[in-house]
Write a protein that binds this ligand. Structure first.
Ligand code: NAP
Length: 245
């Protein structure tokens, strides 16, 4: 389905990003994988190579312009195109609004929103020249609903929707689509700190009565990256078990 395509996935070293990278590779794509630490990234690159696909691991911080420039320059040395960008790198720094530190606001916005902007700007130039490309931003159900204790995170994830729609409008004439996937609560390191009681309460709010698995999100990304989604742009695909409709 994606053979001959090159995909860049940020935050690929674990959780949802790792599953997205594996799903794209299983469907024929070659991968450029990024995260801050090499741990997890190199082993994923090996796993993808064992599938017969090419994989390049580049460490860097998506919030840092120089690191993003380095990521795309390394990608350019190994691959002559970029077909798919998945802006997945994200963090939380939770706290009640009235006590939230400036640093916690800035770090979350810089990573989750500015990081996506920097990568989209870099990939957008390449995709515009190619006159084809797919940009997929990983937002969140809480960007749609809000969540107490996550003003910074929710603002960053809602901001990604505005970014997605603007990019979709700007790059449509170049045959580049931009969409967001808004996961509900997914079983990863990010949600592993939830106490059992909070987890049960959460499941009570989900019509499909379970947390999401990384594969649930990867399947949605795979669809948006595929030719089947050629006429879809500027959309938010919610993958949340019905938690928010
Ligand atoms: P995770 O397990 O914590 O993984 C996050 C990934 O992002 C890691 O590979 C991490 O590697 C990388 N990363 C973090 N900060 C980075 C930075 N500044 N630059 C580059 N890479 C960075 O998180 P996850 O649960 O898989 O979440 C993935 C995405 O889905 C995030 O955007 C998250 O907000 C979103 N999401 C998650 C859930 C959920 O319930 N889990 C729900 C909705 C949306 P390093 O630490 O090595 O950099």
């Amino acid at each position: 389905m994606l053979s001959g395509k090159v995909a860049v996935v940020t935050g690929a070293s674990r959780g949802i990003g790792r599953e997205i990278a594996l799903a794209l590779a299983d469907n024929g794509a070659d991968l450029v994988l990024s995260a801050r630490s090499a741990e997890g990234l190199e082993s994923l690159a090996h796993e993808i190579k064992r599938k017969g696909r090419r994989a390049l691991a580049v460490t860097g911080d998506v919030a840092c312009s120089e690191d993003v420039a380095h990521l795309f320059s390394e990608a350019g040395k190994s691959f002559d195109r970029i077909d798919i960008l998945v802006n997945n790198a994200g963090i939380t720094r939770d706290g009640l609004l009235v006590r939230m530190k400036d640093e916690d606001w800035d770090l979350v916005m810089d990573t989750n929103l500015k990081g996506a902007f920097l990568c989209t700007r870099a990939a957008g130039k390449i995709m515009s020249k190619q006159r084809s490309g797919r940009i997929i931003n990983i937002s969140s159900v809480v960007g749609e609903m809000g969540n107490p204790g996550q003003a910074n995170y929710c603002a960053s994830k809602a901001g990604l929707v505005g970014l997605t729609k603007s990019v979709a409008r700007e790059l449509a004439r170049r045959n580049v689509t931009a969409n967001a996937v808004a996961p509900g609560f997914v079983v990863t390191e990010m949600t592993s700190a939830l106490p059992e009681k909070a987890r049960e309460d959460l499941i009570g709010q989900i019509p499909l009565a379970r947390l999401g698995e990384p594969a649930d999100i990867a399947n949605a990304v795979l669809f948006l990256a595929s030719d089947n989604a050629a006429y879809i742009t500027g959309q938010v695909l919610s993958v949340n078990g019905g938690m928010y409709m």
